[in-house]
Design a protein around this ligand. Structure first.
Ligand SMILES: *Cc1c(COP(=O)(O)O)cnc(C)c1O
Length: 358
């Protein structure tokens, strides 16, 4: 199998795939509770929190829904500069919330100043913001935004989607003052899809206790009550939790700083290659993602033909998202991707580019 550069589901290490093949344990058994407890402790290290990480059998979008249902009775500020920020807004609306948009052009970051403006005239219960917009390869300055929110609107909870960055770029939940940080298993954590992880602050849980109609499956107080007993309210995704526990060992063994550095180097290599080849980079210089790079198709190549050429060689990259299709292409460099994998990809793209036009 050749490596994939698609932003999720990403390649999973063979040993981690095998970890799922262990015999099932009941989700309320001392043996399972031990694994669950270990995994949750390691997750806190990744999220930079002392509080708790809730483990849900769903994809990340499930926890986007949990955030709007648990922390807001009505008023949500949805920060949008990409497809996943927009999805979270749609999730809020479809749960009957009164969600206002703070919309920024997709090639620009959501800044502290913009958020401050939006909070000046109305008190929101929560703001939702995406850390790393996988649709554009842009990283939003979450720490600065969070500081701005606390300053101007101290009761507003800061909810962050870190689906394609948690484990791939620094996120310090406690020191940045974040209230809820969610991720999915199948992106930067390099696990199979099916688990969502949500780090939740104490004050966020206190807020949840005052909100009605939180639902059942994504009621975070219910998940918390089960977590205290090292399990989940409904059946756990047992095999995925085996894989999670082992993958967290691998991640911590590599070291978070080493991992972040690896992705940074991969990103820099793609930037250098893209500019050298006459392409552009979609995200502005200080806001480029560490885990997925969007290359602007300034040479006007046939992106679908490139993708097909790579696929014939068992290599996958992603086209631009939505209206950016054909105008950009995306190379993910999260999970297990190495520099050797990337060099192989770039050489193959160079071969494609060298094919003479008829
Ligand atoms: C993939 C992605 C999602 C959606 O996650 P699912 O696990 O597919 O529900 C949300 N936000 C971001 C930033 C993503 O990259």
């Amino acid at each position: 199998m050749s490596p994939s550069f698609v932003p999720g589901p990403v390649d999973v290490n063979h040993d981690i795939l095998q970890a799922q093949a262990q015999p099932m344990l009941p989700h309320r058994s001392p043996e399972y509770e031990k694994i669950f407890h270990q995994a949750e402790g390691k997750l806190r290290v990744l999220f930079g929190t002392q509080d708790r990480v809730l483990i849900s059998a769903s994809s990340g979008t499930g926890l986007q829904e949990a955030a709007v249902r648990n922390f807001a009775q009505s008023d949500v500020l949805s920060c949008i500069n990409g497809a996943f920020g927009n999805r979270w807004h749609q999730v809020a609306l479809s749960n009957g919330k009164n969600a206002d948009k703070l919309e920024i052009p997709w090639d620009q970051p959501i800044t502290a100043v913009a958020v401050q403006h939006a909070l000046a005239n109305k008190e929101y219960e929560i703001i939702t913001i995406v850390h790393n917009e996988t649709s554009t390869g842009l990283e939003n300055p979450i720490e600065a935004v969070s500081n701005a929110v606390h300053k101007i609107s101290p009761n507003t909870l800061v909810c962050v989607d870190a689906v394609s960055s948690l484990g791939g770029a620094p996120i310090l939940m406690d020191s940045w003052g974040l209230d809820f940080v969610l991720t999915s298993s199948q992106k930067a954590l390099a696990l199979p899809p099916g688990l969502a992880l949500g780090a939740t602050s104490n004050r966020a849980l206190e807020r949840a206790a005052s909100i009605t109609n939180r639902g059942w499956y994504f009621d975070l107080l219910r998940l918390e009550n089960a977590r205290i007993k090292n399990s989940t309210p409904a059946t756990s995704a047992v095999s995925l939790v085996y894989a999670l526990d082992q993958q967290l060992d691998r991640i911590l063994e590599e070291g978070l700083e080493n991992r972040f550095f690896r992705y940074q180097k991969l990103a820099e290599r793609i930037h250098q290659w893209a500019l050298q080849q006459g392409f552009g980079l979609y995200a502005p210089a200080d806001y480029r993602s560490r885990t997925v790079t969007t290359v602007t198709n300034s040479r006007n190549i046939d992106v679908s033909a490139l993708i097909a050429y790579l696929l014939e060689r068992n290599i996958r990259i992603a086209n631009g998202y939505g209206s950016l299709k054909g105008k950009t292409f995306r190379i993910a460099h999260m999970g297990e991707t190495t520099m050797a994998d990337l060099e192989m990809l770039l050489t193959t793209i160079d071969d494609f580019l060298a094919i003479p036009d008829d």
